[in-house]
Design a protein around this ligand. Structure first.
Ligand code: HEM
Length: 209
């Protein structure tokens, strides 16, 4: 029998929002990659071939923006940067060496998670703005050819930056044992909270007792 004590980290709404975002992100990323390089064109078969991929990709992108917006509204406050985070970041080599117990105590999110949150926020915004500029046939006619070309280049580079950020995010979610449960069941063990987010643990248990 599982006798561990758990704390609630995410509500049902948070988790539905997150997993909807994940599905939409994969639709936008795979359809985008199929247009990124000819060697990846085979991915377009997932979306009904080249023309359909081209039509659907911008709509998937807008839905990623909207669903990320939901996460932003829920979590931006907890990702606000503080002086403690700069101290955590300065010691990040200790964290990556696995000596997590030597780190300054983190709140709900550590500085690395916060940086990633703002990285994803920036990428999603740039992707939306640049994508609108060359969305044929709706908006492209309003902009000069030079701007359309620049937007296309910035869009592609930002997409690479976002994919790298998401790979780091998935790796961290799997690597830190006990984290996945936060987004599947909404719960984390008290031991996990004490070890990785001690200030959040104190706040949660103060509210609980
Ligand atoms: C298979 C893919 C993914 C897995 C397994 C996964 C897993 C997780 C887990 C376990 C958490 C909770 C972390 C914690 O509370 O400490 C989380 C949070 C989060 N995830 Fe994901 N995720 C995935 C993909 C994505 C994607 C594609 C995005 C956005 C493009 C995303 C955005 C977020 C955000 C914004 C949070 C909240 C963290 C924060 O506010 O700092 N996730 N994810």
């Amino acid at each position: 029998m599982d006798t561990k004590a758990y704390l609630r980290r995410y509500s049902d709404g948070d988790r539905i929002n997150h997993w909807a975002l994940v599905i939409l992100f994969f639709c936008a990323a795979l359809s985008g990659l199929s247009m990124f390089h000819p060697s990846l064109f085979f991915l377009s078969t997932l979306f009904g071939g080249g023309p359909w991929t081209r039509i659907l990709h911008p709509f998937a992108g807008v839905l990623v923006f909207l669903s990320f917006g939901g996460m932003y509204v829920r979590l931006a406050k907890d990702n606000a940067w503080s002086a403690d985070d700069s101290g955590w970041l300065a010691k990040s080599s200790t964290f990556f060496a696995g000596r997590t117990h030597e780190m300054p105590p983190a709140g709900r999110y550590n500085a690395g998670q916060k940086l990633l949150f703002w990285w994803i926020t920036g990428c999603v915004l740039v992707l939306l703005v640049t994508g609108l500029v060359f969305w044929r046939p709706y908006f492209v006619g309003y902009f000069s050819i030079g701007l359309v070309r620049t937007a296309t280049l910035v869009h592609s580079l930002t997409a690479v930056a976002l994919v790298l950020g998401v790979i780091a995010h998935i790796y961290a979610a799997i690597w830190v044992k006990g984290t996945l449960r936060a987004m599947t069941r909404g719960l984390v063990s008290e031991t996990w909270a004490k070890r990785h987010h001690p200030r959040w643990y104190v706040q949660m248990t103060r509210e609980k007792h």
